[in-house]
Design a protein around this ligand. Structure first.
Ligand SMILES: Cc1cc2nc3c(=O)[nH]c(=O)nc-3n(C[C@H](O)[C@H](O)[C@H](O)COP(=O)(O)OP(=O)(O)OC[C@H]3O[C@@H](n4cnc5c(N)ncnc54)[C@H](O)[C@@H]3O)c2cc1C
Length: 423
């Protein structure tokens, strides 16, 4: 039931109770119900109050590396470091429904969002295109996060138009010598490996001269320069390559196959995980702020009809996102043009909904949002239970990037249009 008017009982309650949200009840088998209980039990034990506090303060796209590593370490120790991977490479080999339930429970609890460059991007690429030596050497170190990966695709002048990339790798004997730069490289400052697209040929079509290479981040000639986000966070970087030498054995696939490999990887980046639970979490956060914070006249945003109506409209959209996720799950995933379009629609919906919720959280905070909370945010000062205040503005600023990274909104709309029009 969605409240559309004033809800006096809600605002008069002293102890805040989450209002009911639109619920989709899954008809789970006894095994899957048991599985879900085991996930809840694990989260109760492993997601300690200390980690909960740290996670509540995260305002970036991903948990900052030390927190992400710590949570991943706990998952891996439990055998759940790589939910969808085969056991052979340290995976949990969850069924699709188990993966979905796992992701829903983690998002609902607000566990740290571990950067997925290793697990969701490089790992699947190595399984599909890597040599047996590359697989043996690199795959087992991803779920344990002994290796922390970053993604070197974008360059100045080559983001949406990725095939314009210019970072060059010249083959000399049994080595590639890399010169050029990458930009917006998330967590490059924490990573010890980078997977990248490089230009190995300028002949023929642009896409055909691109190759997929791996490099250790401590290779001589690599320099990482931080880029501060609007909120002051350090998530992204520039990475410079000055005569960096990597052995040919670190090339994935054939020379010139990089574009096809990148398409496979981006498909994983854009779809595959469940976002509805994370959206519900953001909805609760915004609603809680709207309930707790008062303006100078003592009014709360939750008492405002227009505010409530907008929240209700968002809630309906979240229900639609959830229904789409479940439909995809029941169909066993979507492939081809329909799969691309569906992943793009989800990306558009999820990113814009997150932005609207983050904006409404700041609106509900009003002038209080202008206070500088960075000391608490970055120095982890004592938690007074008000982490929602500390992070609201930073989240709002950071989530602006959600309609840019992983393929900008205009690009997603182009994919949807091409699929609908069959062009
Ligand atoms: C927080 C963050 C983290 C990131 N992390 C990484 C990372 O780890 N690794 C990495 O490689 N990259 C990363 N990126 C880069 C990201 O993939 C690019 O920013 C994105 O692809 C857009 O490219 P661009 O920034 O060059 O913008 P541009 O491509 O220059 O786009 C500028 C504007 O023009 C529009 N536009 C461009 N082409 C078209 C078109 N054909 N039709 C209609 N409109 C168009 C775009 O939608 C956008 O609004 C990250 C970006 C951000 C913001």
């Amino acid at each position: 039931m969605i409240g559309m008017g004033k809800t006096p009982s809600l605002v008069e309650t002293t102890n805040y109770q989450e209002p009911p949200v639109i619920k989709v009840e899954l008809d789970l088998s006894p095994e899957d119900q048991h599985f879900r209980e085991s996930v809840r039990g694990f989260i109760r034990d492993a997601f300690t109050p200390e980690l909960q506090q740290a996670a509540a303060r995260q305002a970036g796209v991903f948990a900052e590396p030390s927190l992400g590593r710590e949570w991943q370490r706990r998952l891996h120790a439990h055998g759940w470091g790589a939910p969808g991977w085969p056991k052979r490479w340290g995976g949990a080999e969850f069924t699709p429904i188990q993966r979905y339930l796992f992701s829903v429970e983690c998002a609902a609890a607000g566990t740290p969002v571990v950067a997925g460059m290793g697990l969701l991007m490089c790992g699947p690429v190595l399984m599909r295109f890597g040599t047996p030596e590359q697989q043996e050497r690199l795959l087992p170190r991803i779920p344990s996060m002994e290796d922390y990966w970053c993604q070197g695709f974008s360059e100045p002048g080559a983001g949406s138009d990725l095939s314009a990339l210019r970072c060059r790798a010249e083959r000399i004997g049994e080595e590639y010598v890399i010169n050029g730069s990458k930009i917006w490289t998330t967590h490059a400052h924490a990573a010890n490996w980078i997977f990248m697209l490089v230009r190995t040929s300028s002949e023929g079509k642009r896409k055909e001269g691109i190759t997929f290479l791996l490099s250790p981040m401590d290779a001589p000639g690599i320099t990482v320069r931080p880029i501060a986000s609007m909120s002051g966070e350090h998530e992204v970087n520039e990475v410079f390559f000055d005569n960096v030498r990597v052995p040919v054995s670190l090339r994935v696939g054939e020379e010139g196959q990089g574009w096809d490999i990148a398409q496979f990887l981006l498909m994983n980046e854009r779809g595959g995980t469940s976002a509805a639970a994370a959206l519900k979490n953001a909805l609760h956060r915004t609603r809680r702020i709207a309930w707790r914070e008062r303006d100078e006249r003592g009014r709360r945003a939750i008492e405002n009809d227009d505010f409530q109506r907008r929240l209700a409209a968002i809630e309906i959209e979240i229900a639609a996102v959830e229904a789409t996720e479940l439909r995809t799950l029941i169909c066993g995933g979507l492939s081809g043009a329909a799969g691309m379009a569906s992943a793009s629609i989800q990306k558009l919906k999820v990113s814009t909904t997150l932005q609207r919720l983050a904006e409404m959280a700041v609106e509900a905070l009003g002038p209080a949002s202008m206070r500088d909370y960075r000391a608490q945010l970055y120095c982890g000062g004592p938690d007074d239970g008000m982490a929602h205040r500390e992070t609201a503005v930073a989240r709002h600023l950071n989530v602006r990037a959600a309609t840019i990274f992983g393929g900008a909104s205009e690009i997603q709309k182009g994919i949807v249009a091409r699929s609908a029009l069959g062009i």
